[in-house]
Ligand binder design. Sequence first.
Ligand code: CTP
Length: 424
Amino acid sequence: MRKYLEKLPEEIKGLIKIIRRVASMNKMPAYLVGGFVRDLILGVKNLDLDIVVEGSGIIFSEHLSRALKARLIRHKRFGTATVTVKPHIKIDIATARKESYPQAAALPVVTAGVLKEDLLRRDFTINAMAVSIFPGNFGSLVDLFGGEGDLRRRRVRVLHDLSFIDDPTRILRAIRFEQRYNFSIEPATLKLLKEAVRVKMLERVEPQRIRDDLVLALKEQRSLKNIRRIQALAGFDFIRRGLRPSKKDYSFMRSIEREITWFRRAYSRRRALDGWLMYFMGLIDSLGFKEAGGACKKFAFRRGETKRILSFKKIKKNFVAQLNKKRLSPSRIFSLLEPLSYEAILLLKAKYATPNLQRHIEDFFEIYNGMRIYVSGHDLGGMGLSPGPGYKKIFTRVLNAKLNGQVKTKKQELSLIRKLIGAC
Ligand code: CTP
């Protein structure tokens, strides 16, 4: 594995060096495991390091966070911890319990029972490999279930027959890895997956656990491929019994895909878009307001997520008809769209692809949404106005005038305000 480790970006190589030093100094055998090892062999970038430590993961994480001067979060109940090195680089540390410790300075036995037990509990062979980062056998691969061979054959295979029953979220995970890497689900595994679906394991598991993997599927680069495959292999009864996205829903989701791409290309520096939420809306487009609310509750979505989903569901025909008008003043477009989330606005654009509505929404993002006025509360104070709800009214009037091109400079804004005050 050393040749793979050598190819890692310098930043990650440096981190592994430090982890290795901490492991050695504290005589705690440590291994890179799971998705990081899979992607290491595949040559795919992965900035989430998963480490299993023989002994105490918590103590190890304390040493490591000190060495890296990085933030540490401990989950004592599970014997796990997360060290966040940079916002985009984190190290998850887990404990592989062991009965006895090797003698001081003794080399760890690579396939120590404890590590084997940890790997045995994992989902697929491709995710159940480990690479030692302990000095004596640094870089050696622990592949007890033929994961490397499965990577070469490009297939997703479970470790044992009860895998999907033990953890039904793996049904969605198998599909996710299959689609992400263009692999196939190995025939016996596919049979087990279908059997687990047949006995409705996805509906039996706690919805919040399924939610996390559904969200991950919708966050994948090719979300739509994932959605189609989930429908083919597992269906969407786990969201709501009888939910079967139709051709029309898929066409909506294809438009959603286009709009997300358009927005991310054009406005990458604006606020981040929750694309997954938009695909979810596409999936449940056939559900009414109440049913959609039920799905949000079932999956215990965050308040902000539920709010965005339901606000889109609440949009009435009349609202869309307004946006479809040929002539709309910029301030009117602004007042219609500004209260909505970016996700809801783009969903409108995807769903009602009429030229007028498209143009108004594009103008909103391109011009109106970024428009700011020059005057501030300080200016209003200087004009003898005391702070209060009146300020907001004045700012709105000035912004509307600016959107409609009636004022441009600060001088013009101030003179408008004077007129407004005079009229009161
Ligand atoms: N795992 C598992 N069963 C699950 C979830 C996770 O066995 N239901 C194990 C797998 O070994 C996996 C590791 O935990 O590799 C880490 O899980 P996670 O971070 O969810 O997945 P990754 O494999 O890292 O995938 P991704 O690249 O999508 O982050």
